[in-house]
Design a protein. Sequence first.
Length: 367
Amino acid sequence: MTENKARTLIEFKNVTLDYGETEVLKNIDLDIEEGKFYTLLGPSGSGKSTILNLISGRLKPTSGDVFLEGQKANDLPANKRQVNTVFQNYALFPNMNVYQNVAFGPSIKGFEKNKVDNLVRSSLSLVQLQDLADRDISEISGGQQQRVAIARALANEPKVLLLDEPLSALDYKLRKEMQYELRELQQRLGITFIFVTHDQEEALAMSDWIFVINDGKVEQSGSPVDIYDEPINHFVANFIGEANIIPGVMKKDYLVSFAGKDFKNVDAGMRPNERVEVVIRPEDLDIVVPSRGKLQVTIDDQSFRGDSYEITAIDDAGNEWAVQATNPAKIGQRRGLDFDPEDIHIMRLNESEEEFDARLESYEGEE
């Protein structure tokens, strides 16, 4: 029995955008399906918010096409798109109370008073602010203001909700709470959310699908697990969480050499003796007695992080290893590092996402 594919709401086909001589987006291709939580993840200036502005209609592509529900939308005005944006600064009207802020969009669309009231009440209920409808904006907290901004967007009945770093102004604890609330709200409503952030942990916790953006292009896209466990290049591996990235040589399928030794692994599809990069996450390394370790190391440094110790170790080939451990080590002590073949991930140098996907399919098909 085949699974029905979700309906595609948004497509970018070979989209570029230039500001004068500066190329902000470079041949972007992406598909956004109905009812999922998407995240555009990348460093500041990578082009994430520019993609949102193309979706919302605030910008037009220099070349390529943007499609909304299968219709070319390059020239479609922003007010004709069933898309709403929650901004980083919330953009609330300080001279209006909570109710009036949420009612603003439906009111200017000319909806009848009863419909406006129903939309406002239901939207405030969704974000659990129904008891604060008469409060002035200045009288509510930052987290409550963020909820008002979301309710105001939802009152316009969008098919897609765009969220441009809406949690960045909140303190750590409240930000964590709002991550959960946004994810739960999206699942309850079943509408498409497109969330912009530079916070890797936030993206991994909230998303169905992540687009990793860097320097105006999509470096990799996939589920949070795929992005974390199978990064395709140095940038993605280094940007998504902590990673040990060591130069190596892929001697043959399932056998890689690094740090002066050969190791079994689960990757294939490279050329014999091809130069590669080896990725092992700090949490996948175990500190053991030297005789049990696949590598022998000297403990160089450590710091306590509350729930774990971050330990730095140097192997006999001079490579530095970051290790996440539950027990402390002793600086200067000789220890071993142990890991499983499944913990070793191999990256080809300068491999594109398309090449990575093709290689993965080819050797999975042979198993």
